[in-house]
Design a protein around this ligand. Structure first.
Ligand code: MN
Length: 245
């Protein structure tokens, strides 16, 4: 009508119906408690003790079952739900960390790590939101670690600097997630206050199959040690990987 065309393709239509359904489902997931936070242990290789956990989101979908983040986080981002999902994860992780303290006082302080998506990290209110979740839950800020991928830190160095300084003032720790696979500009390691490097799991996965991987892991570990930064290897699943690391 009025010189305006709309072209429909069956594939495109089913794609958007699928997306609308997913978006409606996500809205419901948040309000009717279908999101789940799973915890992966972080082990200190010197002592063999668990000293923290990383919270990983899943969606217990009423029809499709337990969904991994890649199946719904991109759509959640497009639909504008990332902030509400991110805050839910943060609250849930902090609340859970308090419960661990009460249940297992003998284990000592257990850290909780929360993944912050690039989209969330860019939001101006992220620092205020983290501060208010800490205040609400009563978690010691030193026990919270935010994991951020390299590419998110690199996008706007000035803004990153401000946010990281604010998190440091708050007492919250910062980890660079999936280290070694993003932009890998090493100069920012000097400038940004960072507590931990997390070696990307692809390196750990291939370490036992491909001998060219070990020098990279070794280099990341020495780099971190030399800078006084902690280093964590992601996704250790076999005894062999553990021994190599
Ligand atoms: Mn992570």
């Amino acid at each position: 009508g009025r010189g305006c065309w709309r072209i429909y393709q069956s594939g495109a239509a089913s794609f958007s119906v699928e997306r609308l359904e997913l978006e409606a489902g996500l809205r419901k997931a948040i309000t009717s408690n279908e999101l789940r936070l799973f915890f992966q242990p972080l082990v200190d290789l010197r002592t063999g003790r668990i000293d923290g956990f990383e919270g990983l989101i899943r969606w217990q979908h009423p029809v499709r079952g337990l969904l991994q983040p890649f199946a719904f986080i991109p759509s959640a981002a497009e639909a504008g739900f990332i902030r509400s999902i991110g805050r839910w994860v943060l609250r849930e992780a902090c609340r859970e960390a308090i419960v661990w303290q009460q249940l297992f006082p003998d284990l000592g302080p257990l850290e909780v790590s929360v993944n912050v998506s690039p989209l969330e990290f860019r939001e101006r209110d992220i620092v205020t939101d983290v501060a208010s979740v800490l205040a609400q839950t009563g978690l010691d800020p030193h026990l919270l670690k935010l994991e951020i991928v390299e590419s998110a830190l690199m996008q706007d160095a000035e803004a990153t600097m401000r946010s990281l300084a604010a998190f440091r003032d708050l007492g919250v720790k910062i980890a660079i997630d999936d280290f070694g696979t993003g932009y890998s500009s090493l100069s920012y390691l000097r400038r940004f206050p960072v507590d931990t490097l997390k070696i990307d799991r692809s390196f750990v996965e291939e370490a036992t199959r491909d001998t060219s991987v070990m020098p990279i892991i070794r280099a990341i570990v020495s780099l971190a040690h030399a800078l006084g930064i902690d280093v964590t290897a992601e996704g250790i699943e076999t005894r062999q990987q553990l021994t190599l690391l």
